[in-house]
Ligand binder design. Structure first.
Ligand code: SF4
Ligand code: ZN
Length: 372
């Protein structure tokens, strides 16, 4: 082998820098190492396994729902979770949990992908819909409110829908496909908006431990480019054909939501991509910076109670979903957009609706290629 390596190097063809045996198939976006396809699978899966084990994300015997949208992140997550569960005997009962927001031409198609994943991975699937839970589809909501605050409604409703789906499945935990790029982006957005409380929370690998269902992010340190796209070392162009999802021939849906308008988030995303081009470590470094922020004692954290109307957890009299629904049902759709004090002052709704200037809650991913 030694001789073979020397000959290959002399001939100008380098070998995979991990196994030193096979020809490299890609330049790893996270480290810029030239590696072969087999080593890529290994490091990709092993890093996620280490994150799971190192953070004690699961206990044997737990029931775990995978938030599945049919998009690349959650499709790869479902695949990798079932692989690792088998390979390392995690002893988990895995389920797929999807939300149907009622977006014609987008979610109906992506749910077809999840239904195929259900068969391909042999994981039971539960779909919860906005129409069933709230009486409204996103198509109907957009007709009323237009395209300005649609993601606020959708984000609030999704969070609660996932919790309700998780309760139905009686799972102990919910895992989501948020990747390192998503988390870095959320750190930046929380800095830009001065939201210190969320900033200190958004890098946690597990959140919601005080709520109905803990949520974990096994892809916290996984680069989006490795999940779906990377600049191919041979042709030097962005090439969708050298990715984990592609190599493994995973079946996923890649169209953006037709109501995706989030320009501000889009800028943060582009900024991170630019930084990553210059220095791939930038993504991990932003996450590390976020982790090191501490909440000052003067920052007041809201106390958790339950919503008087639907019983869901809430720090106010009514939960955010009930406030938004009240607005929709009363023909005052702007009610509850932003930091509302309306419940403490419910006679003053109209004045309140006028004061609100846009949602500031960005804890859940408000998506383009929605992956919860
Ligand atoms: Fe909902 Fe995401 Fe579409 Fe916004 S972009 S409307 S959050 S699915
Ligand atoms: Zn190799």
């Amino acid at each position: 082998m030694e001789e073979g390596n020397t000959i290959a190097k002399r001939a100008g063809s380098r070998l995979c820098c991990l196994c030193n045996e096979r020809k490299p198939a890609l330049k790893r976006p996270k480290t810029l190492e030239q590696i072969c396809r087999d080593c890529f699978y290994n490091v990709f899966e092993e890093e996620i396994h280490q994150v799971i084990v190192g953070n004690h994300l699961f206990k044997a015997g737990e029931r775990v729902a995978i938030g599945a949208s049919g998009g690349k992140d959650s499709t790869v997550l479902a695949y990798v979770m079932s692989e690792l569960n088998r390979r390392h005997n995690y002893g988990l009962d895995l389920f797929l949990l999807s939300v149907d927001e009622g977006i014609t031409g987008y979610r109906d198609d992506s749910l077809e992908t999840v239904k195929r994943n259900e068969v391909q991975y042999g994981l039971p699937l539960k779909i919860v819909s906005y129409k069933d839970l709230y009486g409204w589809t996103m198509d109907e909501i957009v007709k009323v409110i237009g395209l300005k605050n649609n993601c606020t409604f959708c984000g609030v409703f999704r969070r609660q829908a996932l919790d309700r789906g998780a309760a139905y499945l009686k799972v102990d935990k919910l895992v989501t496909g948020h990747n390192a790029d998503d988390i870095a982006e959320t750190v930046l957005l929380n800095i830009l908006r001065g939201d210190v409380a969320r900033l200190s929370r958004c890098t946690s690998i597990t959140t919601g431990e005080d709520g109905p269902i803990p949520r974990c992010k096994p892809f916290k340190y996984t680069y989006e480019k490795e999940i779906v796209i990377y600049p191919c070392s041979d042709c030097k162009i962005f090439n969708q054909n050298h990715t984990y999802a592609y190599f493994k021939k995973l079946d996923y849906f890649s169209t953006e939501c037709i109501y995706s308008p989030n320009a501000y988030r889009g800028f943060a995303r582009e900024f991170i991509k630019d930084l990553e081009r210059m220095r791939p470590r930038a993504i991990v470094d932003i996450i590390k910076s976020g982790e090191n922020f501490r909440i000052s004692t003067s920052t007041k954290m809201p106390e958790q109670g339950t919503c008087e109307r639907c019983g869901y957890i809430s720090s106010q009299k009514w939960c955010k979903a009930c406030v938004l629904l009240e607005g929709l049902n009363r023909g005052l759709p702007k009610l509850g957009i932003g930091r509302s004090r309306f419940l403490e002052n419910s006679n003053d709704n109209r004045k309140e609706a006028k004061r609100n200037d846009g949602d500031r809650s960005i804890e859940s991913k408000q998506c383009g290629s929605l992956d919860f």
